[in-house]
Design a protein around this ligand. Structure first.
Ligand code: SF4
Ligand code: F3S
Length: 117
C-alpha cells in the first residue's frame, strides 16, 4: 500500500502535507497540485490527516484507485517539493469542488523547492 494525492488537491495545494512527511522526496509539485512518489513513500500515513482538503488517501480505497496512475506518471516528471509554500489565494473556494481534474488539472510542473513561489 501507499498513499496518493487525489483531485481534491487541485487548486487548493495547501502543501501542509510536505512539512509533515518524514521522507524528503515523497512529494512532487505540479502547477496546481502535488503527487506522491510511491517508490519513496514509506506508507506512514502521517500526511493523510494533515491535508485541509482531504486530498490524500490510501491507494487501497476505491475512490483513490483512479489517481494511482496520475501519481505514478507525474512523480517522474515534476520537481521535488520539500517544504511548504503559501497556498493559492483562492484555495478555500476550491475545497470540495467536484470534477476538478476535468476542469482545472494542469500537467505543467510546479517550481518545486528551488523557489518559494
Ligand atoms: Fe510521506 Fe508518509 Fe505520506 Fe508517504 S504516507 S507521503 S512517507 S507522510
Ligand atoms: Fe494538496 Fe492537501 Fe498537500 S491540498 S498540497 S495534498 S496538504
Amino acid at each position: 500500500m501507499t498513499f496518493v494525492v487525489t483531485e481534491d488537491c487541485i487548486k487548493c495545494k495547501y502543501t501542509d502535507c510536505v512539512d509533515v512527511c518524514p521522507v524528503p522526496g515523497c512529494f512532487l509539485e505540479g502547477e496546481n497540485m502535488l503527487v506522491i512518489d510511491a517508490a519513496t513513500c514509506i506508507d506512514c500515513g502521517i500526511c493523510e490527516p494533515s491535508c485541509p482538503a482531504d486530498a490524500i488517501l490510501p491507494d487501497s480505497y476505491e475512490e483513490a484507485a483512479k489517481w494511482v496512475e496520475l501519481n505514478r506518471r507525474y512523480a517522474s516528471e515534476w520537481p521535488v517539493i520539500t517544504r511548504s509554500k503559501p497556498a493559492p489565494e483562492d484555495a478555500e473556494q476550491f475545497e470540495g469542488v467536484p470534477d476538478k481534474y476535468a476542469n482545472y488539472f494542469s500537467p505543467l510542473p510546479g517550481r518545486g523547492s528551488a523557489s518559494p513561489g
